[in-house]
Ligand binder design. Structure first.
Ligand code: ZN
Length: 90
């Protein structure tokens, strides 16, 4: 027998500076003029997704469980996920 995983939908947002995403906060304070070691952009263009994880501009944020947010880099996101059309009334 064979089985395949049932399709599952996740709520997702793409982080860009100034984007309003629940529970996600722009990086502020000292160090915002430093460059990121991963993407080279200014830290002020980044956002805290949890206490220890930071999203770079263009990263996707995926809600995996109530209150749990996961960062998914753009190229990885495009391999794993397929954007769905907006639902009526959202
Ligand atoms: Zn970065």
């Amino acid at each position: 027998m064979f089985a395949r995983i049932r399709p599952q939908e996740f709520e997702v947002w793409q982080w860009q500076p100034g984007e309003q995403i629940p529970k996600v906060k722009s990086v502020t304070g000292p160090g915002t003029k430093n460059s990121c070691r991963l993407c080279g952009k200014l830290m002020s263009e980044h956002a805290w997704v949890s206490e220890k994880t930071m999203a770079c501009p263009g990263d996707w944020i995926v809600k995996t469980a109530p209150g749990d947010l996961m960062i998914c880099p753009k190229d990885e996101f495009e391999l794993i996920f397929e954007l769905q059309p907006e639902k009526e009334g959202e």
